[in-house]
Design a protein around this ligand. Structure first.
Ligand SMILES: NC(=O)c1ccc[n+]([C@@H]2O[C@H](COP(=O)([O-])OP(=O)(O)OC[C@H]3O[C@@H](n4cnc5c(N)ncnc54)[C@H](OP(=O)(O)O)[C@@H]3O)[C@@H](O)[C@H]2O)c1
Length: 230
C-alpha cells in the first residue's frame, strides 16, 4: 500500500486530501500540530488514516514514517487582513515572522526531516498561492494588502526552488502546487472550490505526477496539474 504523509491535516485542504488519498488505497499519515487534532482523527477511526504529531516548525524525524511515496505540506496560516493592510502592516512584526516560520521555514525543516524516509521517485509537495506569483497575468483582479501572507508564500517559493536541487540526488521531485481559491477556514465561505473537491483534484494530480520524470528540479502547477509561470 503506498504511503503519504500530510502536514496540516487537521482541517481544510489537508484533511480533504487525507480522505481522498485514503479512498484511493493509500495509507495516510495525517500530521497535526495539536494533541486535540490528533485525538479527533483517532476518534473518527478510519483505519487508513493514522494521526501523527507533526509541527512543521519543529518536525521530529523519529515520528515520520518510512517508505513514503508522497509528502504533502498543507500547513499554513491564514492572513489577518487587519494586520496586513498597508497602513497597519508595520504594527505587528511578530505576525510577519510567524508567517515566515510556518510557511517557508516549515517547508524546509519538514523536507529535511522527511527526506530519508522518502522513496526514490517520491514527491515532496507544498501548497503555495497565486498571491505570491510575480507573473502578472495570474494577478488579474487581485487586490493589494496581505503583505505578511504574501511574503511568507514568496519565501516558500524560493525555498522550494532550492529544495528541488537539494532533494534531486535522493530521487525526490519537488512540486509547488497552487490550489486556487478553496472554501476552508482560510479561504472563507465564498471560495468557488469546495474543500472536498480540492482534495480529490490534488490527489489525482499528484498520482499522475508520480509517473512523471521531471525536466526541472521544482515544478509549479495548479490544482489540475497544469504548469504555472512563477
Ligand atoms: N484556501 C485557499 O483558498 C488557499 C489558497 C491558496 C493556498 N492555500 C494554502 O493551502 C494550505 C492549506 O490551507 P487551508 O485553506 O486548508 O487552510 P486551513 O484550513 O487553515 O488549514 C491550515 C492547516 O495548517 C495547520 N497548521 C498551522 N500551523 C501549523 C504548524 N506549525 N505545523 C503543522 N500544521 C500547522 C492548521 O492546523 P490547526 O488548525 O490545528 O492550527 C491547519 O490544519 C495553506 O498553506 C494555504 O496557504 C489555501
Amino acid at each position: 500500500m503506498p504511503r503519504i504523509l500530510i502536514a496540516g491535516a487537521s482541517g481544510g485542504i489537508g484533511s480533504a486530501s487525507a480522505r481522498a488519498f485514503a479512498r484511493k488505497g493509500y495509507e495516510v499519515f495525517a500530521g497535526c500540530h495539536t494533541p486535540i487534532a490528533v485525538q479527533k482523527i483517532e476518534e473518527i477511526g478510519n483505519p487508513k488514516i493514522v494521526p501523527v504529531t507533526l509541527d512543521v516548525e519543529t518536525p521530529d524525524p523519529e515520528r515520520i514514517p518510512d517508505n513514503l511515496s508522497i509528502v504533502l505540506n498543507c500547513a499554513g496560516l491564514a492572513p489577518l487582513p487587519d494586520l496586513e493592510a498597508l497602513e497597519t502592516a508595520h504594527q505587528n512584526p511578530t505576525w510577519w515572522f510567524q508567517h515566515l516560520a510556518t510557511t517557508a521555514m516549515g517547508a524546509v525543516f519538514l523536507a529535511n526531516a522527511a527526506r530519508e524516509k522518502m522513496l526514490w521517485g517520491s514527491l515532496y509537495v507544498s501548497l503555495t498561492s497565486d498571491l505570491a506569483l510575480t507573473n502578472q497575468s495570474r494577478h488579474e483582479g487581485l487586490h493589494g494588502g496581505l503583505y505578511a501572507y504574501r511574503a511568507g508564500r514568496a519565501a516558500l517559493n524560493a525555498c522550494l526552488l532550492a529544495l528541488g536541487h537539494d532533494l534531486h540526488p535522493y530521487g525526490i521531485n519537488v512540486i509547488a502546487l497552487s490550489p486556487g481559491w478553496v472554501r476552508t477556514r482560510m479561504g472563507g465561505p465564498f471560495a468557488p472550490i469546495h474543500a472536498d473537491d480540492a482534495g480529490v483534484r490534488i490527489c489525482q494530480t499528484l498520482m499522475n505526477h508520480l509517473a512523471f520524470t521531471p525536466e526541472e528540479c521544482t515544478t509549479l502547477i495548479d490544482i489540475n496539474g497544469d504548469p504555472l509561470d512563477w
